[in-house]
Design a protein around this ligand. Structure first.
Ligand code: NAD
Length: 275
């Protein structure tokens, strides 16, 4: 399978489908990521707060896959925001991953109450200039936070990784991102299993029509919207299922029905006051 690549505003390309490791148990991570790589995933999304960067790094090293074929993202945790602390946290993440560089480094949450995301962003710029992160971006930033970064630093994030699934499509943030050349990554693409997305008629009808599973239909919806997506599963058969989404296409009518499920129904924290 060849996964489409999305060109970012800095010229680098990212595989549009990857594998996320939030809530993947640290002791099991090496085995689970090894399975994902065997299934065919080449893009892994982790974070310092997931406490499984070491396991990710061990699986990557053991796979023997050339570094340039892999795409690795990690993230700066909230308590490490600040200029010096961000530089130190990045070094520690790179060390745990056992890598010379990451493909993408993100500020995990804006944490507006601490007001350190602009100085953290300047540290990320420095990291990118050093070559140890190919691209830099943010996560859970709303339009006003993105605007402030751009106004105060002139550096536009390559991506914004936000909670995004049919019940919570964040139209304001995605419109701002589109206007400013920022790629959107959907986290919780299946709604984290916290609402019955995979049982909704809008999804199951399309699944039946194409002979695919509801999860495959939802992943396809993200891909056809142009979002970058990395569903998580500990189970190899589901990893394979979630990767097997390039042999069918949802019609405009099917896309519209699923898009009609928007109800501002977030399953995660509110970025305006989290952290
Ligand atoms: P997800 O929407 O990918 O849901 C994962 C859950 O869906 C699994 O635990 C499983 O129960 C179920 N599932 C997976 N495949 C399935 C299938 N084929 N059929 C039925 N059920 C299936 O949620 P997520 O893991 O939170 O999000 C994906 C990734 O996004 C994470 O692993 C992480 O890398 C990233 N993420 C980032 C943030 C952030 O703040 N930046 C927050 C949460 C997640």
């Amino acid at each position: 399978t060849s996964v489409p690549r999305v060109r970012l505003n800095d010229g680098h390309e990212i595989p549009q489908l990857g594998f996320g490791v939030f809530l993947v148990d640290p002791p099991e991570t090496e085995r689970i990521v090894a399975d994902a790589l065997e299934v065919g995933y080449r893009h892994i999304d982790t974070a310092r707060i997931y406490e499984n960067e070491e396991g990710v790094g061990r699986a990557l090293a053991a796979s023997g896959i050339p570094r340039e074929e892999l795409y690795v993202t990690t993230k700066l945790w909230n308590s490490d925001q600040g200029h010096r602390s961000a530089l130190d946290a990045f070094d520690a993440s790179l060390e745990r991953l056992g890598l010379d560089y990451v493909d993408l480094y993100l500020i995990h949450w804006p944490v507006p109450s601490k007001d350190r995301y602009v100085e953290s962003w300047k540290a990320l710029e420095q990291i990118r200039e050093s070559g140890r992160a190919r691209s830099i971006g943010v996560s859970n930033f709303l339009a006003p936070h993105l605007q402030r970064l751009i106004d105060e630093t002139g550096v536009v994030p390559a991506v914004d990784q936000i909670e995004l699934h049919p019940a919570h499509q964040q139209p304001e943030t995605t419109a701002f991102a589109a206007d400013n050349g920022i790629a959107i990554e959907s986290w919780g693409p299946l709604g984290q299993g916290k609402y019955p997305l995979l049982e909704m008629g809008e999804v199951t009808d399309a699944a039946a029509a194409h002979g695919k599973s509801p999860a495959q239909v939802v992943i396809r919806w993200h891909l056809q919207r142009g979002f970058i997506v990395f569903p998580k599963s500990n189970r190899r058969e589901r990893m394979a299922e979630n990767f097997d989404v390039f042999d069918f296409e949802l019609s405009d009518a099917e896309m519209q029905r699923i898009t009609g499920l928007e109800r501002a129904g977030r399953v995660g924290p509110d970025p305006a006051n989290f952290g």
